[in-house]
Structures are given as structure tokens and as C-alpha cells.
Design a protein around this ligand. Structure first.
Ligand SMILES: *Cc1c(COP(=O)(O)O)cnc(C)c1O
Length: 544
């Protein structure tokens, strides 16, 4: 055996000498260096987180868009879309005038109040009467009175100055601790409030990225999560340079394929994510199985309960069954939960929880050498709205456990009623088994966006899903009263009846965009259109 290796070595040495035999030493050095650089380039090109096919596709489209003819076409299309979006913005705001500079003299209370009311009355969707999926989770004059009053009282406070406002800091720690208790968190569970689910998810990703770098030396981090995970995870990937490995979901259960998840894990994986439940289908990932993977490979596991957090923790007491999802599962290391969804608190309040302080420390940022002083902050913001914290705290106090259990019961009752009725409609199917409050539907017999178009004409506003096509209805407290659920089911039945008279007809109007958007192979174009849409949100017409 040894003889064989030494023969091989001799052969290799002779071959190399032959190649470089009649070259100068500087030539040999240059050749070696360029050889190493080329190999490194080839390695980096072939071995990347994103697969070669995806990268080639992007590369192809980015070159195609540089061809003058193609570029002109694309630009013309974007211009068209831009003016369409701008026209739409103007249409939606036609009853108010636009300002581009401060009024010369300040307005008085009455004038301002009147103008604010005018602005709040814009928009054509009747969300106050439960015609909209999700969006507004609860609307009640008394609650609004309470939270506004509390916000007003605390509107000048800022927990960045903990010494000035110790009471606001106490309220924040109580919101965090109360949420931890709801999720079966023991004394080691800790967290912070943030401004929303997105920030909570960003914070978890940041914490685990820095934890993995410091403790495992990982410099090319990736996150393994289902395709159905919230887009905020992708946003975190874009912000923090983390590759997101998207795992397919099971077509029947619409929950993540845990086996596929396991095969995607590698030594650069910093975090696994499960949703409880996810936004598109309202189905639960198997959190126990994901936590097991986390234990097996020593990787932190995040549970995204942003949407349903304040429902799932009360489900059992409201008389419903649910598989485990919280800190009682060994391996779950963090949970994000939004009081500003089913906790019915004002927008701008969310909580991120960790099983251990060692993770939370990696969420913080500290700047020790700033001339402005040693600066440390727990989340993205520096100054934070103490008013929102106090208002969130006040809403939690106002509902109490009983209030939330009751709300959960009526909302889930309503969602189950809608699901059961929709299942009876021929031509429709429900995606997976809705775990809490979201009911997603599709059709094998007709274009589902026709249904959403027809419902839109009847005043309903549903969310569109893609890959595969679908629409969903997120049931909130707004749908639990006044026969809204019955009216919705009735309208769906009538619409499907109509559609089935001519099932192969194509969708027209606004909803057609959802079909088109899925069929565009160059996803960067869809991105450009989306940016044009965001631009239109900030559109102010030029001064006349
Ligand atoms: C809404 C939602 C989020 C993000 O929360 P925001 O408050 O909108 O930033 C995250 N995950 C899920 C499942 C959600 O539904």
C-alpha cells in the first residue's frame, strides 16, 4: 500500500516537472497563482447556495434586458404601469387635496380633525362591515377610546431612556413576560417587543446569524423554511445576507415536508422555521418534528406564530384541539407573536421570545466607542414609541384571559362554519386542514381568480395566492357578527354557480393580474412592477 502511494507521488512529481520543466520560476509562480484563482472562481460559480439553474436563468434575463429592443419594451411597459398606478392613487384620493409644503400658518384643532376624518373615509372597501379578509382584526369604539387615551398619555415616552420612563419599561417587560407565559415559557424564556411581526422575524434571523458566526464560525449562513413561510423571512435574507432554502410543502396537508427539510440542512444552516399557522393556507407545520431536527443537528428552531399566536394559545380553552407548538417542546428556541393581529392591540406591537438569554444577546446591537456615548439598543429602532407599548399593555389588560378565549371561540367557530360550508360547494376545494382562522380555497374546474373577481363585485375583498393559484379568507372578529359569515358563504355559492355555467371562461379585469404575474418567467420583471406599485403609494401629483 505504502509502495503504491510513493509510486503515485513519484509519478505526480515527474508529471508536474514535465509541465513546468522548461519554464522560468516567475512563470511557474504566475501559472500556479492563476490556476488557484481560476479554481477558486470555478468553485464559487458552481458551488453556491442558489442552484446553477436558477442563477443561469437570472443571468439570461438580465442579459436579455440589456438588449436595446427588449429594454425599450420593458421600459415602455413599466411606464404604462406607473401611470396606471398613479391614476389609481389619484382616483382613490380624489376627494381630498394634496399638499406639497407646510401650510403657512398652523391649522386649528377643528380644521385638522375634519381633514383627518376626510382622509380616513377614503377607500371603497367596506371593512367596517366585515367585507375584507384579515387586515382589521377587531373594531370597537370602547377599545379604541381606551387605547387612544392611553397612547395619548404616553405619547411622549421613549423606552430608549429607561431611566426617564421606568414605568414604560415595566409595561414592556410585562407584555413580554405575559406572552411568554401564554406560550408555556419557563423562567429562562425572555424576549423584547418590536414594532411588528416582520421586525420580530428579522430580529430572530439576526440573532441566529450572529450566534452561528460567534459559536460555530458560520460565514455563509442559510435558513431552512417552507415555501409557505412568511415573506418577512425572505426579507431578513435580503437584509442580512442569509440564503433562504425554500422547502416544498406537502400537497395534501399544505404543511412543510419535514423529510425535505432534513435533507436541506447543511453545516451552514443557522435556523429552522415552522409556522403556527402560516399565512397562505392557515395550516400548521409539524413543530414537534421540526424541533426534533433542531435537536438532532443542534440548530435553533423558530416558530412563527405572528398571525395566529393570540388564537392558538387559547384554542384548547375554547374547546378546540391543536398539536403542540410552544416552549413545552424541547428544541423550540424562539417564537414570534403579534398582539397587533388577534391580540387586537393597536398596530405597531409584536413580541419576539427566546428560550434562553444567550440568543437574545445576539439580537441586541451595541456601539461602544461612539462620541455620543456607549449606545445599546434591543431592536431595530433607537427611539421607540412608548405610547404603543402602553396601548398594547392596556388592550391586553382590557381583554384578559376570558376575553381572548371568548373571542377565539367565536372566531374559530366562524372559520369552521365557513370551511364546512365551502367544502360542500362543487367545483371548490379547501387547501389542507385550516388549523385556526384562515380558509384557503382553489378549484380544479375553473380559474379561481374569477371567483375572487365576482366576489369583489359583490363587495368582498379576499387575498390572492400563487403557486398554486388560490384565494384565502382570514376570519377575524369582524366576521363573527351580523350574519357576515352566512352572507359570505351565500355569495360564494351564487358566484360558483354562475361560473360553472361556463367553467372555461377566462378571468378579466383586475384579478387577471394574479394569473399573469405567475406566468412571467422573468421574476425580476414582476419585481419591477411591484416596485412601481410601491412608488405609487408615495405618489404626489406635481403642483398645478
Ligand atoms: C402577518 C404575518 C407576519 C408579519 O407580521 P407584520 O406585523 O405584518 O410585519 C409574519 N408571519 C405571519 C404568518 C403573518 O401572518
Amino acid at each position: 500500500m505504502m509502495q503504491y502511494f510513493s509510486d503515485c507521488g513519484k509519478f505526480l512529481a515527474e508529471s508536474i516537472n514535465k509541465i513546468f520543466g522548461d519554464r522560468e520560476p516567475w512563470q511557474i509562480a504566475t501559472l500556479t497563482a492563476s490556476g488557484v484563482i481560476s479554481l477558486h472562481w470555478l468553485w464559487n460559480t458552481l458551488i453556491q447556495d442558489e442552484c446553477l439553474y436558477e442563477r443561469s436563468k437570472k443571468c439570461f434575463f438580465s442579459y436579455a434586458k440589456k438588449i436595446p429592443y427588449v429594454r425599450a419594451k420593458v421600459e415602455a411597459e413599466i411606464d404604462k404601469i406607473n401611470s396606471e398606478f398613479q391614476r389609481n392613487t389619484l382616483e382613490n384620493t380624489k376627494d381630498v387635496t394634496y399638499l406639497i409644503r407646510l401650510p403657512e400658518k398652523g391649522l386649528n384643532y377643528q380644521e385638522i380633525s375634519k381633514k383627518v376624518d376626510q382622509h380616513l373615509n377614503l377607500g371603497s372597501y367596506d371593512w367596517r362591515n366585515g367585507r375584507v379578509s384579515g387586515a382589521v382584526y377587531y373594531y370597537n369604539e370602547d377599545l379604541i377610546k381606551l387605547t387612544t387615551e392611553v397612547y395619548g398619555k404616553a405619547s411622549y415616552t421613549n423606552p430608549l431612556h429607561a431611566d426617564l420612563f421606568p414605568g414604560i419599561c415595566k409595561m414592556e417587560s410585562e407584555v413580554v413576560r405575559i406572552t411568554a407565559t401564554l406560550f408555556n415559557g419557563g423562567p429562562s424564556v425572555c424576549g423584547t417587543m418590536t414594532t411588528g411581526g416582520t421586525e420580530s422575524l428579522l430580529m430572530a434571523c439576526k440573532a441566529y446569524r450572529d450566534y452561528a458566526k460567534a459559536n460555530k464560525g458560520i460565514t455563509k449562513p442559510n435558513i431552512v423554511a417552507a415555501t409557505s413561510v412568511h415573506a418577512a423571512i425572505d426579507k431578513a435574507g435580503q437584509y442580512f445576507g442569509i440564503h433562504i432554502k425554500s422547502i416544498k410543502i406537502n400537497e395534501k396537508t399544505m404543511a412543510v415536508d419535514v423529510r425535505a427539510m432534513e435533507s436541506a440542512i447543511n453545516r451552514n444552516t443557522i435556523m429552522l422555521v415552522g409556522s403556527a399557522p402560516n399565512f397562505p393556507y392557515g395550516t400548521m407545520d409539524d413543530i414537534e418534528a421540526i424541533a426534533k431536527l433542531g435537536k438532532k443537528y443542534n440548530i435553533p428552531v423558530h416558530v412563527d406564530a405572528c398571525l395566529g399566536g393570540f388564537v392558538i394559545v387559547f384554542m384548547k380553552k375554547a374547546g378546540y384541539k391543536l398539536p403542540p407548538f410552544d416552549f413545552s417542546i424541547d428544541g423550540v428556541t424562539s417564537i414570534s407573536v403579534d398582539p397587533h393581529k388577534y391580540g387586537f392591540t393597536p398596530k405597531g406591537s409584536s413580541v419576539i421570545l427566546y428560550s434562553d438569554k444567550k440568543y437574545r444577546h445576539y439580537q441586541y446591537t451595541v456601539t461602544t466607542d461612539w462620541p455620543g456615548g456607549v449606545y445599546g439598543s434591543p431592536t431595530v429602532n433607537g427611539s421607540r414609541a412608548g405610547g404603543v407599548i402602553a396601548a398594547c399593555w392596556a388592550a391586553l389588560m382590557s381583554f384578559g384571559e376570558e376575553g381572548y378565549i371568548e373571542a377565539t371561540k367565536s372566531i374559530v367557530d366562524t372559520a369552521r362554519y365557513i370551511e364546512n360550508e365551502l367544502r360542500k360547494i362543487k367545483g371548490l376545494f379547501i387547501f389542507g386542514t385550516p388549523a385556526t382562522t384562515v380558509v384557503a380555497m382553489g378549484s380544479h374546474d375553473f380559474d379561481i381568480f374569477r371567483l375572487s373577481d365576482m366576489l369583489c363585485h359583490k363587495g368582498w375583498n379576499l387575498n390572492a395566492l400563487q403557486f398554486p393559484s388560490g384565494i384565502h379568507f382570514t376570519v377575524t372578529y369582524m366576521h363573527t357578527v351580523n350574519g357576515i359569515a352566512e352572507a359570505f358563504v351565500k355569495d360564494v355559492k351564487l358566484a360558483v354557480n354562475d361560473i360553472l355555467k361556463n367553467p372555461s371562461e377566462k378571468v378579466e379585469g383586475k384579478m387577471a393580474i394574479y394569473g399573469v404575474a405567475q406566468s412571467v418567467p422573468d421574476r425580476s420583471l414582476v419585481g419591477d412592477f411591484t416596485k412601481a406599485f410601491i412608488d405609487s403609494m408615495y405618489y404626489v401629483p406635481p403642483e398645478l
